[in-house]
Design a protein around this ligand. Structure first.
Ligand code: C2O
Ligand code: CU
Ligand code: CU
Length: 463
């Protein structure tokens, strides 16, 4: 619905029986009855209001990932939407988490409905919304609580990029299933889960079925034209190294035009694309570079067996119309934040909790309301992330740019505005951002959802 200066969406969070695998039904926790949830669309500069009603049997929290959002609508992990019964607790919290169920008195406020207001004072980008409930984000997202939210603006619309049916968001997510079709989330299954120092899910939960937009290993039949594919890794913990097999003649088949925070300055051709949980890569694939009838596989070079292959493109044998799209050499002009302007430099260590299960930032497991940093709005800061293990690090409120990786230039997948940056074991990354507009409490956390649930989060305060 639209009125005046506002776009309004209403979503009911509900259990749904979906056909994901042949011959069986899967009970999912959904936004509006589908997985992924409905793709929401916003216009830069126009407010979007999303009213969520929780008809699931347990509490939820909605976060718009990549949104530049005031504190009250950002989806703070204890700002619960209670279920209608209002009494469900959190019997399945991940090991290492304090009991943050509503009964433990740790909630911000309660409701069975909640209205999130997004000012959308931000540029065109591929955002996504997902659950962010304290200690329960992993299970909630795994069971289906994720969807796309696209923002459009004039700058992007003026470009001759592929649009309409040739602009396709692709949500890649691994899942595991039981024989009856139900989602298998090991930490929810007491038989598979013995909390202890050597928790088997310390590295996150992986599945052996790769879903794209909720379908296992789908096949798309593109015309021999350029397509814009908005790739999102919505997996809890799995990373992918995507590549086209066969590559087009001459290589460079995945032409990146955008990242988490919208268009890059210039296109960047890749043969492979490393994508960590929560990251988005906006790429153009030109299927006219293939012969009619070619089967092009989107492969995952970090997988094996069933997880090595993501989806197929069967290039159409039909004669295509003339391609009205092209990839301009210059996509966007945005001023990069300047590291030398940084008013403060802070270091955050992402590491395992000594002598126990769980994960910490600067030695501290997450505690709501105990911020690790207080930043002044309007100032630029340089933040250094240092890791012991693999951690995709995510910042709320503002997008950032990567200034350095391991003391050297940023890596091949660090270009442009980002909100999530992938760190391998024993790496360090420096990011620069200017904190703007909204005072409040925001999150810095690992986007491996099991790490997040096992307390690898921190608050920072803006004022
Ligand atoms: Cu996509 Cu704080 O999360
Ligand atoms: Cu986020
Ligand atoms: Cu992590």
């Amino acid at each position: 619905r639209s009125s005046g200066t506002t776009d309004v969406y209403e979503i009911t969070q509900q259990t749904a029986r979906l056909r994901i695998l042949p011959g069986v039904k899967t009970t999912a926790w959904t936004y509006g009855g589908t997985f992924p949830g409905p793709t929401l669309v916003s216009r830069s500069g126009r407010r979007t209001v999303v009213r969520h009603r929780n008809e699931l049997p347990h509490p939820t929290v909605v976060h718009l990932h990549g949104g530049h959002i005031p504190y009250g609508s950002d989806g703070y992990p204890t700002a619960l939407i209670l279920p209608r019964s209002g009494t469900a607790s959190n019997p399945y919290g991940m090991a290492g988490m304090p009991d943050m169920s509503p009964e433990a008195g740790a909630r911000d406020d309660v409701a069975t409905e909640r209205t999130y207001t997004y000012p959308m004072q931000q540029r065109a980008a591929t955002l996504w919304y997902h659950d962010h409930r304290m200690g329960f984000t992993g299970p909630n997202v795994w069971h289906g609580l994720a969807g796309f939210h696209l923002v459009h603006d004039d700058e992007e619309e003026a470009l001759p990029l592929p649009r309409g049916e040739r602009d396709i968001p692709l949500m890649i997510a691994d899942r595991a299933f039981a024989a009856d079709g139900s989602f298998r989330y090991p930490a929810l299954d007491p038989a598979q889960h013995t909390p202890g120092v050597t928790d088997p899910y310390m590295d996150g939960v992986l599945g052996d079925v790769l879903l794209v937009n909720g379908a296992p290993w789908p096949v798309l039949e593109p015309l021999r034209l350029r397509y814009r594919l908005r790739l999102l890794n919505a997996s809890n913990a799995r990373r992918y190294r995507l590549t086209l097999d066969p590559p087009p003649p001459g290589g460079g088949g995945l032409v990146q035009i955008g990242g988490d925070g919208g268009l890059l300055e210039r296109p960047l051709a890749h043969d492979t694309l490393d994508i960590a949980p929560a990251e988005r890569f906006d790429v153009i694939v030109d299927f006219s570079r293939y012969r009619p009838g070619t089967r092009v596989r989107l492969m995952n070079q970090l997988g094996s067996g069933s997880t090595a292959h993501v989806m197929c493109f069967d290039v159409s044998t039909a004669r295509p119309p003339a391609d009205d799209s092209r990839i301009p050499d210059r996509l966007s002009a945005t001023a990069a934040p300047r590291p030398e302007r940084a008013a403060a430099t802070r270091t955050f260590h992402f590491q395992r909790r000594a002598g126990s299960t769980g994960w910490t930032i600067n030695g501290r497991p997450y505690e709501p309301g105990r911020p690790l940093a207080t930043v002044r709005l309007g100032t630029t800061e340089l933040w250094r992330f240092v890791t012991d293990f693999h951690h995709p690090v995510h910042l709320h409120l503002n997008h950032f740019q990567v200034a350095a990786r391991n003391g050297r230039a940023p890596g091949p997948y660090d270009a442009g505005w980002k909100d999530t940056v992938d760190l391998r074991p024993a790496e360090s990354v420096e990011i620069v951002t200017r904190f703007t507009d909204y005072p409040g409490r925001f999150m810095l956390h690992c986007h491996n959802l099991e790490h997040e649930d096992m307390a690898m989060m921190a608050d920072f305060v803006t004022e």
